[in-house]
Ligand binder design. Structure first.
Ligand code: MG
Length: 276
């Protein structure tokens, strides 16, 4: 059910959109998944780097800690997640003194959703998204991807934009031209791995645009192939600011997560209810 008629959404599943997309997409990363008819949660699924990094960003905001240090600490606690970390991000995690490495990869966009939920001013959202990106992904495209996803979440949850306005808004504000679902599926079926913000972010937005529900958005993003878990995480993080997440999907996702992640999510939802 779309909720754009409400003035502002109070969402006690916030941030789970990214996590659910990550878990559902996890078993299809590096495969050529091209159908949306699959079982959502199986024993082959798990959370991956997208969930770890998303929880880390939320944790940093909640405890007013630097994004880089918090992200580094969380990734070090999970050094070998399913699917691993990207090659250069692995070196960043392993480093004793991690420095930004000019990345324009999609990692800045997949972890940013807590910022879209917790900040209530457009300029704060842009600034915090940039701050969360530049600790590793300080290429302008990496920053832009994070800002676009956080802003879309903020716009949709506060009903500042309708779904019909998204295509022109992301083109105008972030320079993204949405790709038809048919072309995205063709790219995915050819085995291309969309690892850059400039690919994954507009693809994920396009998958959301074509969706009829939260579950449909996740299925559409996973079936597009390529970087399935990250594309579904980004698509899911946008979709949850527009649709309700079915309760059974929330409960299934929780069953994959360790207690320390659940603690952050619980605190995050309390903050959304009470304000930062
Ligand atoms: Mg991943």
């Amino acid at each position: 059910m779309a909720l754009q008629h409400l003035s502002t959404r109070i969402n006690l599943t916030a941030m789970l959109g990214a996590i659910i997309g990550d878990i559902v997409g996890s078993r299809f990363e590096f495969s050529k998944q091209t159908t949306s008819d699959f079982e959502l949660f199986t024993s082959d699924c798990n959370f991956t780097d997208d969930t770890i990094c998303t929880v880390a960003i939320a944790d940093a905001i909640l405890h007013n800690q630097p994004y880089g240090e918090t992200l580094h600490a969380w990734c070090r606690r999970y050094p070998t997640p399913m699917g691993g970390y990207g090659d250069k991000f692995s070196l960043w995690v392993e480093s004793e003194n991690p420095q930004p490495y000019g990345s324009s990869g999609n990692g800045s966009a997949m972890r940013v959703s807590p910022i879209g939920w917790l900040f209530d001013d457009y300029h704060d959202v842009l600034r915090e998204a940039e701050k969360s990106a530049v600790v590793s992904h300080n290429h302008p495209d990496g920053i832009n991807g994070a800002q676009c996803v956080a802003t879309l979440i903020y716009w949709l949850r506060t009903c500042r934009i309708t779904k019909d306005e998204i295509e022109s808004a992301v083109r105008r504000n972030f320079g993204y031209h949405l790709t038809s679902l048919r072309d995205i599926y063709k790219i995915g079926s050819e085995g291309h791995f969309d690892g850059l913000c400039n690919e994954t972010v507009p693809y994920a937005i396009s998958c959301f645009m074509e969706s009829q529900s939260f579950e449909d958005a996740i299925r559409t993003a996973v079936a597009a192939g390529g970087d399935t878990d990250t594309k579904a995480a980004i698509c899911g993080s946008i979709a949850e600011s527009y649709y309700e997440i079915p309760e059974e999907m929330v409960e299934k996702a929780y069953s994959y997560l360790p207690d320390e992640m659940l603690d952050v999510i619980t605190l995050f939802h309390e903050k959304i209810q009470n304000g930062l």
